[in-house]
Each structure stands twice: as structure tokens, then as C-alpha cells.
Design a binder for this molecule. Structure first.
Ligand SMILES: *Cc1c(COP(=O)(O)O)cnc(C)c1O
Length: 311
């Protein structure tokens, strides 16, 4: 059961598939197509909707009065929660990383405008999600708890629906950005075992053999053919380099593709670098998931990017 208001406002038919036409890909004899999940809704963009939908279902079934979740001051996830709840006439509470700032970020202002109650939490405290959950879930017992980034069974279940938007058999490789890995787990569960699924971690991961992301992916799926490719995180989560910003501007100029520096900018920079280094064999048909979420760009100085993003 999907709530009616949102069915009307999230429009999956807007998630077009666009070919990235580039000399590099021609030279390497590969094709790269982009699934634009960023276009399904002006605010609830990309993978956040998919990861949220079954949480919303469960909350409504359990007759909760709202959703309770957590994230940073530029969180695509909290914005999706706030906007979704607003449309559903549900309440929402956001536990925000860091002390309350003197000046709210544009994203925080928007969360407040959607009626989200904001609970600012020191950065140290924010690190222990289990304690946060214990602390707040009891006080807000009539709210449905959603893990950070929608990482849960419900989140994975929703993310499995992303590939229903594409002619799945056309692709040899599917590539996406990965933070919690919830979206990637959904892709692993909904793709063929002959397809190669690649995640580009956007956070710094020191132990490449054994880390939370890999463990999560392995517990969620038995897909035999996937990799996490490191070295594209540009220093760490929400970190950036001048090279990344320049790349995003060039990508926009040449392909009219808007990206953000936290997730999709790193993903597309990785794709070009992998192609350059012959990672994709000749004849590969690559599907790149544009997972949406441009909020991070709102922390940049005016004019750093040549394109406009989320109002
Ligand atoms: C949240 C987010 C991701 C990360 O998704 P995970 O499921 O946590 O790996 C990727 N891209 C964008 C645009 C996001 O907002």
C-alpha cells in the first residue's frame, strides 16, 4: 500500500535513461547510460525515496504519528523524510549532527519549513547510533525510527525497485555511489549474477578487506560479482578537492548533468577514470545510477559551480 498523496507527487516516469556521449567512451568502445533517479521529485530526490518508502508503509501500518531519523546539516535523507512526512500529514523529528548553528544551513531552514522538529546533538554523541536510538526512540515512542541513510531491511527492499526503471538486460556493469551501501545492496539483490555491480565508496575506508560496508553487502546478498573500488573518495565523506569541482563543472558543460560533490560527483569522476584506465572491457554497457541528492552543494560558495541545484 502506498500512500496516495505521495504516489501523485513522486513521478517515477521522470527517471529517464540518458546516454553519456563522450569521445573517451567511443575510443574505449563502451557505452555509458545514466539512470536519472534525481528527476523523480524536486525535493525527495533519487535513492532516498526508494529507501524510505517501506519505512513509511510500516509507520502507517503501525499507526505511528511520524518518522524519527538522523543526519547532518546538509542531509539529503533528512530532507526526504521531512518533505515526505509533510506531504503525508505525518510529524517528523530529525536528530542533527553537531550543535545548533547560529545561522541555519539552507537545508536546515527547509527541514524546519516542512515542520521537522530538530534535535541538535554533539558530534561525539552522534557517533553512537545505538545509544542515540535508545535515548530518543523511547521519548518519541509514537514515531517510527528510521536508521541513518535509511539503512535497514526496508531500505534495501525499496532500493531493489530502482532497477525496475531500466531494461536491465542491456547492461554488463551497474555502478553507483555507496555510503551506507543500502542502495547497492538493493541493486545486488535485483540484478543478474552475470552482471558486475560496482560501488564507489564516498567515505574513507582504511581496511579494504574487512569493513562495515563489505560486511553489510555480504549479509544482504549472495551476488557473486561485485566490487567496491576505493581511491575515489577525495579525502573522505563530504570532502572535496578543486579537481572534483572542476570535473563537475566540465561534466555539466559537456553533458548537462548536474552532480553533487558528496556522492554523484565522485561517482562520475570514478567512471571517467576507470574508462581511461581500461577497467571496462571493450563492448561493456555500463549503467550509472544518478542517485540524486544535491543538498551538499548548498554548502559551496556562490559561483563555485556553474549550474543551479535544488532550491
Ligand atoms: C544517500 C545518498 C547515497 C548513498 O546511498 P547509500 O544507500 O547510503 O549507500 C548516494 N547518492 C546520493 C545522491 C545520496 O543522497
Amino acid at each position: 500500500m502506498m500512500p496516495l498523496n505521495l504516489m501523485a507527487s513522486v513521478d517515477l516516469t521522470k527517471a529517464t535513461i540518458e546516454k553519456l556521449q563522450d569521445k573517451l567512451f567511443d575510443k574505449k568502445r563502451i557505452t555509458v547510460e545514466v539512470l536519472r533517479t534525481d528527476l523523480i521529485h524536486p525535493v525527495i530526490s533519487g535513492n532516498k525515496w526508494f529507501k524510505l518508502k517501506y519505512h513509511l508503509d510500516a509507520a502507517i501500518k503501525q499507526q505511528k504519528i511520524g518518522l524519527l531519523s538522523l543526519g547532518g546539516a546538509y542531509s539529503n535523507h533528512l530532507l526526504a523524510v521531512a518533505c515526505t512526512c509533510n506531504a503525508q500529514k505525518l510529524l517528523s523529528v530529525g536528530i542533527v549532527r553537531g550543535e545548533e548553528p547560529a545561522v541555519y544551513s539552507p537545508t536546515l531552514l527547509q527541514l524546519r519549513a516542512y515542520g521537522m522538529q530538530l534535535l541538535f546533538t554533539g558530534r561525539e554523541q552522534f557517533k553512537n547510533k545505538l545509544i542515540l536510538k535508545q535515548q530518543w526512540a523511547e521519548r518519541f515512542s509514537r514515531y517510527y525510527w528510521v536508521n541513518e541513510g535509511g539503512q535497514s531491511e526496508e531500505g534495501v527492499q525499496g532500493a531493489q525497485e530502482i532497477l525496475s526503471l531500466v531494461p536491465i538486460n542491456n547492461y554488463s556493469h551497474i555502478i553507483c555511489a555507496a555510503a551506507t551501501g543500502t542502495m547497492m545492496a538493493g541493486l545486488l539483490k535485483s540484478s543478474k549474477h552475470t552482471q558486475y555491480i560496482i560501488g564507489i565508496p564516498v567515505l574513507k575506508i582504511n581496511d579494504r578487506e574487512n569493513n562495515e560496508l563489505i560486511t553489510f553487502l555480504k549479509t544482504k546478498s549472495d551476488h557473486p560479482h561485485f566490487s567496491l573500488l576505493y581511491n575515489f573518495e577525495e579525502g573522505g565523506y563530504a570532502k572535496k578537492t578543486p579537481g572534483l569541482i572542476a570535473f563537475m563543472n566540465t561534466l555539466y558543460k559537456q553533458h548537462q548533468l548536474p552532480t553533487d560533490f558528496v556522492y554523484t560527483g565522485k561517482l562520475f569522476r570514478a567512471i571517467f577514470s576507470l574508462a581511461e584506465n581500461n577497467f571496462f572491457p571493450e563492448g561493456s554497457n555500463v549503467l550509472a545510477i544518478h542517485s540524486g541528492g544535491l543538498q551538499g552543494n548548498r554548502s559551496l560558495a556562490e559561483g563555485e559551480l556553474i549550474f543551479k541545484y535544488n532550491l
